[in-house]
Ligand binder design. Sequence first.
Ligand SMILES: [Zn+2]
Length: 345
Amino acid sequence: MNRIILSFDYEIYFDGSNRLDSLIQNTDEILKSAKKSNSKLVFFIDIYYLIKLEEYGLSSHFDKLRNQILEMIDKGHEIQYHLHPHWINAQYNKDKDLWKYDQLEYSFTDIIKIYGKTFAYDKFNKGVNKMKEWFAYKPMAYRAGGLSIDQNQGELLELLIENKFEYDSSVMPGLYLQGKFIHIDHRSAPKKAIWNVDDTFLSESKTSSIDSSIKEIPVMTINKFDIPLSDRIMTSLKYRAISAISAKDDSILANIGRPFDLEINQSTYPISITFDKSKLADILLLKYFTKTYFKKNANIMCILSHPKSFLNQSFEVFNNYLNWIDKNRNKYIFSGFSDILKSEK
Ligand SMILES: [Zn+2]
């Protein structure tokens, strides 16, 4: 059976605003779609945003998010740990209703470098404890905010093992981003669907035993050379044909808020499946990429999307994809990390 982890990073934009509308309403629609096709989803919760809301007594925001997260769990979805370290020291300006944070505190490595190991460990553990306290949920999978995971993350690995995590899902093979705050280079990552991790998330362990180690389930990417040229041409023609006849998107909920200027100098984005900003024609590609990915001997595929980034058309694409998987349930099944763990044992 081919297992698909349909994961969402549950978070707001980085623009310092407190606007939850697109997150709450889009997630609501996503949950409705999942219910219709009986699909299981995974939400990586940006837990430090909730911690800050509680700290500053912003209870109406906090309650909205907490209630929606409780609904996810109630409906049988999975929640996991997502950490955007810029929240850790964020300060709230009540008069302006704006958050202020230091962009240099972008990755967990930055926090360790600036504040030391003890401080960073305390903050990480607090996130885990809050998930237990608020949701009676013990996370087993981790995703670094902005996928900012690098070669030297032995400390993070130590923390994941200490907290009895089983999986990391922060690597996107082929991704390369270099900028003022961001240093991501996942070009050397294995082209595999799952691997055991030793001292770096970015390569497969040669020695460690399966019990003691964290496993990496990367965000799926496809090497464009795995797609035959004839298919590339056909798909691109069909794609253009559908794009030409489909209506313009009139979404007002997506794109509220702008990401802060990440000042990226160099970037390579690999081919991947996402529902973010997807338009009608994308359904063609998403199905094609799904088939192609599983042809490469993989039987696990992790998809990454963001509720905040759905356009109106993205919901149609999403529904269509869920129904397609449902119709092909002899081949594909949506799974959480707990299902993967069970299937491995
Ligand atoms: Zn994120």
